[in-house]
Ligand binder design. Structure first.
Ligand code: F0G
Length: 426
């Protein structure tokens, strides 16, 4: 087996570079208050990138749970556990990449693919980060884990905590999360509480709780979450036979996923798996657009929280924790940051559904954003583009039924059905 490409993980502050063996409970730097990241000494693999590619591919044939996981299969790039076989895994990752020919036509590009992270075990990309961070929580001996969530993090955390036999506290903004997600958290047995505030308010309450109670924080301030989430970049490159696309487009909420994917691409370039980076563009809902404003009004130097409002509840976030990491990714990859309207999200969701793929509203922001980026000339027709679909269509069926004409109810009569077919064919 080849040596790891990355060695000696340590937690390093993204602001002042201080390093920590044992971080504060809220994963903020005790000196300057910035976020931490898992930093490695990069060593090129003695057997080279091709051997890693072969090793990772070969693990797909293995019966070992760690090899079957689309996260731990890439464990040379996330050496955060002494033994990956101790990971809490639901066989996350291994999500499909689909060609999107009709969406490509309507967006005005020749090549459009979607990597569907909604095909993870709990229906969102959060599982790839949760397997990593929750495994660390178990290793550290915590009994309780907790998160504030717009719904997907909580569904994922609840499932992984249940697998690990740990107790889970979920704080949710009352009335502002999709029912599918709430039901998952309840089903997996988490202590699920709705607070009379928004997501940002839930985060503030949770931070106070972790300061006073031995509960391991699993929001994306936890840098181990991002280590798991970055593996989607490795998997995508494997699926594209290591040909880097021109553009990767992701929805932005708390801005951890864009940060994680950027980290993954930069690390792949460091060890020679790829030579260039895709432009990673981040799309926010117009009603929850703090990063768009941060880039346009303050050149990425300052972020003013906003009061967030959008029916894409997953990204209804006004004070994103990882904004500095996301700004760094936009700068390093040359990506754009755009906002899309509620109508544009709804129309894009319908088009993704019509490809037989489907996704939740936040994910559809990517296609809506692509259309704007083509219109502005940032994305050219011949560019290769990948959309990152983050959540499954069944997460928020209420949204779909509100936006679209519900199924017709007619008499139980074949003639009536045929009449309907004839009418729709006319
Ligand atoms: N898409 C979906 C489906 C999400 O659930 C989220 C975030 C995002 C996109 C945005 O990702 O926060 O990394 O920029 N959901 C969170 C949650 C915050 O609590 O489930 P991000």
């Amino acid at each position: 087996m080849p040596e790891a490409g990355l060695t000696q993980p340590e937690l390093r502050c993204i602001g002042c570079n201080a390093t920590f063996a044992d971080p504060a409970r809220d994963f903020r730097c005790i000196h300057c208050g910035d976020l931490l990241e898992v930093a490695y000494t990069v060593e090129s693999s003695p057997v080279g990138a091709p051997a890693l590619e072969t090793l990772w591919r070969s693990r797909k044939m293995s019966l070992d749970p760690a090899d079957q996981s689309g996260v731990w299969r890439f464990r040379e790039m996330l050496p955060i556990l002494p033994d990956a076989r101790a990971a809490v895994t639901l066989r996350e990752g291994n999500t499909p990449v689909y060609p999107m020919p009709r969406c490509a036509r309507s967006a005005g590009v020749d090549h459009l693919l979607a990597k569907h992270q909604g095909m993870n075990p709990t229906g969102s990309f959060k599982d790839t980060g949760m397997t990593a961070a929750l495994s660390v929580a178990r290793l550290k001996g915590f009994e309780w884990v907790g998160c504030a969530s717009t719904g997907n993090t909580s569904a994922s955390m609840a499932a992984y905590a249940a697998r690990a036999g740990m107790r889970a506290l979920v704080l949710l903004p009352e009335g502002k999360i999709a029912w599918g997600k709430l039901a998952q958290s309840v089903d997996y047995g988490a202590h699920t509480v709705q607070l009379k505030t928004d997501f940002d308010g839930c985060v503030n309450v949770l931070i106070e709780v972790v300061r006073r109670y031995p509960l391991y924080l699993l929001n994306s301030m936890n840098p181990y979450r991002l280590e798991g989430q970055k593996t989607a970049a490795f998997e995508l490159m494997e699926q594209l036979d290591w040909q880097v696309p021109d553009h990767l487009i992701v929805p932005g909420g708390n801005l951890a996923n864009s940060s994680a994917l950027g980290k993954g691409f930069v690390e792949m370039r460091s060890i020679g798996l790829i030579r260039t980076l895709p432009r990673i563009s981040i799309i926010q809902a117009a009603g929850a657009n703090p990063l768009v404003r941060c880039m346009k009004e303050f050149g990425g130097r300052r972020m003013e929280p906003v009061k967030a409002e959008t029916r894409a509840t997953a990204i209804r976030i006004g004070n994103p924790a990882s904004w500095k990491k996301a700004v760094a990714v936009l700068r390093e990859t040359g990506g754009a940051c755009e906002q899309v309207s509620e109508e544009e999200i709804a129309a894009a969701k319908q088009e993704i559904g019509a490809e037989g793929i489907g996704c939740e509203p936040a994910s559809a922001a990517t296609l809506a954003g692509l259309k704007n980026l083509v219109r502005s000339g940032f994305v050219r027709r011949a560019d290769s583009v990948v959309l990152l679909l983050t959540g499954h269509c069944l997460k928020d069926p209420e949204y779909t039924l509100d936006m679209r004409k519900p199924a017709l109810a007619i008499d139980a009569d074949p003639a009536a059905v045929i009449q309907l077919l004839e009418a729709s064919g006319a």
